[in-house]
Design a protein around this ligand. Structure first.
Ligand code: ADP
Ligand code: MG
Length: 692
């Protein structure tokens, strides 16, 4: 491969380019805006825009776009060319500060959950200067936030930026208690992305994959993932070529793709980048998904980002690694090795534990979708119950604090006196081996494993940042008012860890016993999206977001509506696709095959051969066609009687439509095993997952 450092970020208007191309004063002003997340000085914008345009044109770009993240979950863009006609009638390439700062896409067809009444159909996009502009497909892309003209937010990025400000404010305050002066604390994120690669020709041959992103029917292949020979297995040359190409494209965009490997299921892979600040990591992940699809296509593959493309084998998630980093370069979730560092770590750890416990419903809500419901609660991904795994050593420390027990190891063997004693050394390695935990401490960061592979991680991080900010604020208020900081800290940490201990769980998250135990502890267990989403606007949640200036009540109500509608639409599309495939492909195939068997029986009977096996087969298929027809009718009927309320419709889909789809699937999958291969009108699981 070419010179990687030269290639890296070559398509990004990053710090290096800015320093080269901007006058010093302008550069410094822009940098200030970026590091303090303050407002952009308007005079600066014209100069920056001109430099950006010159740079972009020199790289072959002809267009620009405000690149944003509406509530659809995918990114949106509307391209304008730089082309302009000057006073003399000559064509010039032009880009103004105004165009850089603000754009006006026709916003009326993005979901707004009732926020944007028709008389106020206009929305605008505003540059987020904390995320670098980049060139993609000859277009200069400017990362932006998306709002309506009356100031309501219509995207996923604005609340993320606000939540980053909220957690920064409170973390800066908390650090001041330890005598540290920092200007900003950033949430950092490394999003590990799982995906499937299947041959494009198989993908094209399946209506369900094309329209719904997952197979709605399909009998399991004779071999699944039971041999566990795919995980970290050697990568086949075709896939290797894809990964190299993917790395190259991502690197050009300044996305530090770091590890690529095979995952547990056949045809499943993962890419992990080096972590970055929350908004940049979110932008990068959105871009990664887009680039994966594009590069896959070039290599004759289809990249599946659905959470559960195939029944019976693992689905795909996105691990959201999360930590807090100060502008002085300190990771606040790193335990450190002195009593002072440990005390500070324990305060932040306590804030996270308390936040995850108190707002467990919000974390579950942030990962709720029709696709992800297939993962959560099945025996492969974290369960739908949110809990935290901290590892044995840290668990020992927490117990010793809460129960006043003696802790062994470390330089002090005795009671942990926060602020004066040293924690026993935590080994990083054994801490992340509990794969069943939805929220695991992995040495110096937390790994939230519930997000689905197709998700925009903004939402999850809004919840996490805001919830932790909330507890930091409560803690700061208490500690700032204390006469004796150290004893107040001891009291607070002991009390809060005791109060929120129920969220800690180190055992097997997949087990039945855990479900019972979690219920006993009063933890929520929302298995399906509507059950979770309906709690979004619970008073404590609304109050949280209003308090920290993230959402208004109306914005939250609209987001809940969008989530419920998205769920209903996804299930309805899947059901309709299923009906089409059953009616036009599966039933005709079963009829054709059984007819040929019947003809064979007829021919054999005339020459006196009884053909018992064929009779059985033919009768079996025919009776299954009968059952399937009934199931189809019932599914059709459930689709035509969806209630009109938004929540009621989503709940109907979960309660009635999905179970009826399951009935259809059972029948169809049985038929698939009976009908001759050459009659079956679509690629099967073994064709797709074990291609040569
Ligand atoms: P593993 O999944 O085996 O624990 P790593 O620890 O190497 O793998 O990292 C997984 C992901 O976590 C990577 O994307 C990495 O960049 C990210 N990560 C590491 N440190 C941090 C941090 N301080 N904040 C956020 N993400 C981090
Ligand atoms: Mg990991």
């Amino acid at each position: 491969m070419e010179n990687v450092p030269g290639l890296f970020a070559s398509m990004v208007f990053d710090d290096h380019v800015m320093r080269q191309m901007l006058p010093k004063g302008v550069y410094l002003s822009l940098k200030r805006t970026m590091s303090e997340a303050s407002a952009l000085d308007e005079d600066v914008a014209d100069v920056v825009a001109a430099a950006m345009k010159d740079w972009a044109v020199s790289k072959g770009a002809t267009h620009f776009t405000h690149w944003f993240q509406p509530m659809t979950g995918v990114t949106a863009e509307k391209h304008d060319s730089f082309l302009s006609i000057d006073r003399n009638g000559s064509v010039i390439m032009d880009f103004s500060g105004k165009e850089l700062i603000k754009g006006e896409p026709d916003a009326s067809s993005f979901p707004s959950g009732g926020l944007r009444a028709t008389f106020e159909a206009r929305g605008y996009t505003a540059w987020d200067p904390t995320s670098y502009a980049f060139i993609k497909d000859d277009t200069l892309c400017i990362p932006t936030a998306f709002c309506s003209y009356n100031g309501q937010i219509l995207d996923k990025k604005t609340p993320l930026l606000r939540s980053m400000d909220a957690i920064s404010r409170q973390a800066v305050r908390a650090l001041a208690l330890f005598g540290k002066e920092v200007k900003r604390v950033s949430a950092t994120i490394g999003a590990e992305q799982e995906y499937f690669l299947v041959d494009k020709k198989d993908y094209s041959g399946r209506l369900d994959l094309r329209l719904a992103g997952r197979t709605v029917i399909g009998a399991p292949a004779a071999k699944g993932q039971e041999k566990e020979d795919h995980y970290f297995g050697s990568i086949r040359p075709r896939v290797k070529a894809f990964m190299e190409d993917l790395d190259r494209e991502l690197w050009q965009l300044g996305i530090p793709a770091k590890t690529e490997h095979n995952e547990v299921a056949p045809c499943q892979h993962e890419m992990a980048p080096i972590f970055d600040t929350a908004n940049k990591a979110t932008d990068a992940n959105q871009l990664t998904m887009e680039v994966m699809r594009k590069v896959a296509d070039r290599h004759g593959f289809a990249c599946l980002l659905h959470e559960k493309p195939f029944a019976g084998i693992n689905g795909s998630g996105k691990h959201n690694n999360w930590a807090l980093s100060s502008d002085t370069g300190e990771n606040l979730l790193d335990p450190g090795s002195t009593p002072g560092e440990n005390a500070q770590f324990l305060l932040f750890l306590t804030a996270v534990i308390a936040a995850v416990d108190e707002y467990q419903d919000l974390l579950r809500i942030s990962v709720a979708s029709a696709g992800n419901d297939h993962r959560l609660g099945a025996n492969e991904a974290p369960p739908a119950i949110v809990s935290i795994f901290v590892g044995e050593e840290l668990d020992g420390v927490i117990s010793s604090i809460v129960d006043d027990k003696v802790v062994r190891g470390g330089s002090t063997s005795g009671h942990i006196d926060i602020g004066t004693s040293v924690l026993p050394k935590l080994s990083k390695d054994n801490s992340d081996r509990n794969r069943t935990s939805p929220f695991a401490f992995t040495g110096n960061k937390f790994e939230f494993r519930m997000p689905g592979s197709s998700f925009n991680i903004a939402c999850t991080n809004v919840m996490l940042n805001t919830a932790v900010a909330d507890f930091l604020e409560r803690f700061c208020c208490e500690l700032e008012a204390a006469a004796d900081f150290n004893s107040a800290l001891n009291i607070l940490i002991k009390r809060e860890l005791g109060a929120h201990r129920r969220i800690l769980f180190n055992g097997n998250g997949y087990s039945r016993e855990w479900e019972t135990e979690a219920m006993r502890r009063g933890l929520s267990n929302y298995k399906r999206t509507p059950d979770a989403l309906i709690h979004y606007c619970d008073e404590k949640n609304v109050s949280l977001f209003i308090r920290h200036g993230i959402y208004t009540r109306q914005e939250m109500e609209s987001r809940m509506e969008i989530g419920l509608e998205e769920y209903r639409k996804a299930v309805q599309i899947e059901a309709s696709v299923m009906l089409e495939m059953l009616g036009r492909q599966v039933v005709p195939a079963a009829v054709a095959f059984s007819k040929d068997v019947a003809l064979s029986i007829g021919a054999k009977t005339t020459v006196g051969i009884p053909a018992e096996g064929e009779r059985k087969l033919c009768a079996g298929i025919t009776s299954r066609i009968d059952v399937l027809s009934e199931c189809i009718e019932r599914l059709e009927e459930s689709l035509s009687s969806v209630p009109s309320g938004i929540y009621e419709a989503a709940k109907w889909c979960a309660d009635v439509v999905l179970p009826r789809m399951d009935d259809c699937r059972k029948c169809s999958d049985k038929l698939e095993t009976l009908v001759g291969k050459k009659y079956w009108p679509m690629p099967t699981y073994s064709d797709i997952l074990f291609y040569v």
